[in-house]
Design a protein around this ligand. Structure first.
Ligand SMILES: CC(C)(COP(=O)(O)OP(=O)(O)OC[C@H]1O[C@@H](n2cnc3c(N)ncnc32)[C@H](O)[C@@H]1OP(=O)(O)O)[C@@H](O)C(=O)NCCC(=O)NCCS
Length: 174
């Protein structure tokens, strides 16, 4: 999965807002995430493998955005942001699809991506919401560290292979 504009000289990873030219790489990473982590996301591989590169390009376009982490020209992490479409909800945005490639975990990739999303969201909305499966303690700690405040638990939010998963809903209010 290659991404333009990454500096291969730098040893670590870089965070940047992805653009339409990255749509194919985003699609690949997103589908890999859905395949690897079926209980982490509400969306499923079956749902999203139908989406085209053009569909992902739409998710990259303002006011929505996707931030990527790249290392050695490969996209190794992502975090999406979408502004609610309804007129009376346009002051709210949702974070979706936070993912770090397994070999890059525990190195601050997701935190750096989330900080980039929050910086961007500050200029777009007043409230940022997200949902996280209650058993996903790493992700929950990350979001709380960044100031997201849980406001409710949705029981049985997902059903995966016959098993129910609850989701914690959190918000960051600017
Ligand atoms: C959840 C997920 C996105 C976290 O990604 P990550 O890049 O590993 O996250 P971070 O590195 O920013 O933080 C994770 C932990 O590593 C620690 N960490 C951060 N930088 C570090 C560093 N340089 N060295 C060692 N540890 C570090 C963080 O303190 C954190 O520790 P904690 O869980 O004890 O609080 C990743 O595990 C993932 O993709 N999981 C599968 C999909 C998923 O669950 N997505 C979230 C859906 S809501």
């Amino acid at each position: 999965v290659t991404v333009r504009d990454c500096d291969p000289q730098k040893p670590s990873y870089q965070i940047r807002r992805l653009d339409a030219d990255d749509a194919s790489a985003v699609r690949q990473l997103r589908l890999a995430a859905l395949e690897a982590c079926p209980t982490a996301f509400l969306a499923s591989l079956a749902d999203e493998s139908r989406l085209t590169v053009a569909d992902f390009a739409e998710r990259l376009a303002a006011p929505d955005a996707i931030f990527g982490a790249c290392a050695d020209e490969a996209l190794i992490g992502m975090a999406g942001f979408a502004v609610k479409k309804a007129l009376k909800a346009r002051h709210k945005g949702v974070v979706w699809g936070v993912y770090a490639h397994p070999t890059w975990r525990g190195q601050g990739v997701a935190e750096a991506l989330m900080r980039a999303v929050i910086d961007y969201a500050r200029g777009q909305v007043e409230v940022v919401q997200l949902a996280v499966v209650t058993e996903n303690l790493v992700a929950r700690r990350l979001y709380e560290r960044l100031g997201f405040q849980p406001y409710g638990i949705e029981k049985r939010a997902m059903k995966v292979d016959g098993r129910y998963l609850d989701e914690e809903h959190s918000a960051l209010i600017f």
